[in-house]
Design a protein around this ligand. Structure first.
Ligand SMILES: Cc1cc2nc3c(=O)[nH]c(=O)nc-3n(C[C@H](O)[C@H](O)[C@H](O)COP(=O)(O)O)c2cc1C
Length: 335
């Protein structure tokens, strides 16, 4: 689905996106992100296909209507299971289903999915085809690394992308521009230690111009994003968007040509307050702490930041489960 916007020229909908991040990009964070940028493409946390098919589907797939355009990221390596999960994801109204081929965690390796799928390109093709057949209304995409372990040559990622482009309908490749080291590094180290090779991603775009190539990894400023967009179709931002969400406030203007005024912090806090009150009233067990933890970075760099973080992470204040806490943390007079 293309988002509504006020663009004079068509702009790729995935020009800016927020990365899938386990425990971080749940529907509450995505709600926040959507209030800040109308156009950014949002990704869910990775959900294993089996959890959707055999578990509590609503727990993993519930989303807010306002979140679109939004993608659900699946983990898994069994085409039939991924297909069954994809069907359900489509029914919940996601725009895209993304297959995780980049996660290096030992738990994921044990399940033989995530980054180790980069060594199984034919299986990945089967998975993507099964997903696309099951969910024709969604775009099926893949997120991957530039190689695993000692595969440091450009050709590794070029062969991976080239084979999938030939054998599947997948047209969008999100490339975390570093290797995954499957042995000896924690997932956190795997986001920091292997060197970033942006040039590989630029080269993919040059060699596969018909594909949509999105670059990811270590991008911290909108100036850096703009520089990458000279070479690729889109930029995906992970940690910086989470720790400093107001970085997204300029995205609609800078990257989507929007003339709308940028989101203002006070109005945003009011919206979050109303959202929290609604979520609690819905009575599904959502508590202030489930939402407030995602809002800690909102005041990044502002004088009130320390007080804001302290109040929104104070366990005794959170245990009262009052959405007014966010208003009080923002404005001392409200307390
Ligand atoms: C807490 C956390 C959880 C993550 N979970 C996922 C995930 O579920 N699926 C995925 O593909 N990548 C995951 N990632 C990796 C990010 O999507 C992204 O590729 C990585 O952080 C590099 O981008 P950045 O430097 O902009 O953060 C995670 C990253 C973090 C920090």
């Amino acid at each position: 689905m293309q988002p509504e916007n006020s663009l004079s020229a068509p702009v790729r909908a995935r020009r800016m996106s927020v990365a899938p991040m386990l425990d971080w990009t749940d529907r509450h964070f995505r709600y926040l992100a959507r209030q800040i940028s109308r156009h950014a493409w949002l990704y869910s946390e990775m959900v294993h296909a089996g959890a959707i098919v055999h578990g509590d589907e609503a727990r993993f797939l519930r989303k807010n209507d306002c979140e679109n355009p939004v993608a659900l990221q699946l983990g898994g390596c069994e085409p039939a299971l991924l297909a069954a999960a994809s069907k359900r994801v489509a029914a919940w109204g996601y725009d895209e289903i993304n297959l995780n081929c980049g996660c290096p965690s030992p738990r994921v390796q044990k399940g033989a999915f995530g980054a180790c799928l980069m060594n199984e390109v034919d299986l990945v093709a089967d998975c993507l085809n099964a997903m696309q057949d099951a969910a024709p209304e969604c775009e099926v995409t893949v997120k991957h690394r530039i190689g695993v372990d000692r595969q440091t040559e450009y050709q590794t990622v070029a062969d991976f992308v080239g084979t999938l482009a030939e054998k599947t309908a997948c047209k969008t490749f999100i490339v975390h521009a570093r290797n995954a080291w499957l042995d000896g590094l924690s997932p956190k180290e795997n986001r920091e230690v292997p060197p970033l090779k942006y040039e590989y991603v630029y080269r993919l775009k040059r060699e596969f111009p018909a594909l949509e190539i999105i670059i990811n990894g270590g991008i911290k400023t909108n100036g850096e994003a703009a520089a990458h967009l000279e070479y690729v179709d889109g930029v995906m931002v992970g940690r910086e968007a989470y720790h400093n969400p107001m970085i997204m406030a300029a995205w609609d203007r800078l990257f989507y040509g929007s003339k709308q005024p940028e989101t203002e912090l006070g109005a945003l806090v009011e919206k979050l307050y109303r959202y929290m009150a609604e979520q609690i009233a819905a009575g599904r067990g959502t508590a202030v702490r489930h939402m407030a933890k995602h809002y800690l970075g909102l005041m990044h760099g502002l004088p009130n930041a320390r007080r804001w973080r302290r109040m929104l992470s104070d366990s005794s204040l959170l245990s009262a489960n009052r959405p007014e806490l966010i208003l009080e943390a923002y404005s001392p007079e409200a307390a």
